[in-house]
Design a protein. Structure first.
Length: 277
């Protein structure tokens, strides 16, 4: 029957995109938000998570590569009404690595403007002050009680308060140090694409076993998505996934240079897609 077929297709789509069980209830999973602030935050989050030890994000902590390792903790990325939901085995640890931290030598690390809303036995609820976006980190298992949840959160974020410092994420408003990074969440021609790629990034990490890096070129902002595809066939699959996402964005098109590299043009800008055997 049609509804049975639709349900099966929807369930298979959710499995391939690592959307989690919550996304299998409807006839068609929703992947992308429409709110500009949410899109801008998700585009920034994509850049931060698409990093590795060789190509750390400019907001990465020196010698720590905390954000570059987050993808190994994720189970699903789901669009929910008005917020982004990330399922993980270690919600407090992920929160500790993306919440902003003022390094004495490097400056702001983590995501400027990210703030803790509240903590439950299973969720860490966050908001991004400049964009008004919402992010909820959902643990795979529920903690027994709030005392345990608070203890784990303190353990994972304790280094933010080293030497008695006040963490940036405990400030009510945006600090001057964070505001200096306003270009990170500015809405650009590639914002919708970067957000769309975040929502389709789980297969890159797990199905293709890749460690993509959104690396910095001549500009101060990351502008090259580097892939480590090991074969032409694998490269073709990755490019298909990325170009299908790009097709949703006016002015975005992928042009192949060689069998394992190319450029994804994003309206007024461009992003190089580079992969190697």
């Amino acid at each position: 029957m049609p509804h049975t077929t639709d349900k099966r297709i929807s369930k298979e789509l959710a499995r391939l995109l690592y959307l989690g069980r919550l996304q299998t209830k409807g006839a068609r999973p929703t992947l992308d938000p429409t709110d500009r602030g949410q899109l801008a935050f998700q585009a920034l989050l994509f850049e931060c998570l698409m990093s590795n030890h060789e190509h750390p994000h400019p907001l990465e902590q020196p010698r720590k590569s905390a954000m570059a390792s987050i993808s190994g903790y994720l189970n699903a990325i789901c669009h929910q009404p008005d917020y982004l939901e990330i399922h993980t085995n270690t919600a407090c640890r992920v929160a500790g690595r993306i919440l902003p931290f003022l390094h004495e030598d490097h400056g702001v690390c983590g995501i400027p403007g990210l703030r803790l809303i509240d903590l439950t036995c299973r969720r860490v609820r966050l908001t991004h002050l400049p964009t008004g976006a919402r992010l909820e980190l959902v643990d795979a298992q529920r903690w027994h009680n709030m005392d345990t949840a608070r203890m784990v959160f303190r353990q994972e974020t304790g280094w933010h308060q080293k030497d008695g410092r006040s963490p940036l994420w405990q400030h009510n408003g945006l600090t001057d140090e964070e505001a200096a990074h306003h270009a990170c969440w500015a809405y650009t021609a590639s914002t919708r694409l970067r957000s769309a790629l975040l929502m389709r990034s789980m297969p890159l990490w797990y199905r293709f076993d890749l460690s993509p890096a959104w690396a910095t070129g001549h500009a101060t902002r990351p502008d090259r998505l580097i892939l480590d595809a090991r074969s032409d066939a694998e490269h073709d699959q990755v490019v298909e996934l990325l170009t299908r996402s790009a097709a949703r964005i006016p002015g975005a098109v992928y042009r192949e240079k060689t069998p394992c590299s190319g450029t994804l043009h994003l309206g007024s800008g461009s992003a190089q897609l580079i992969s190697s055997d």
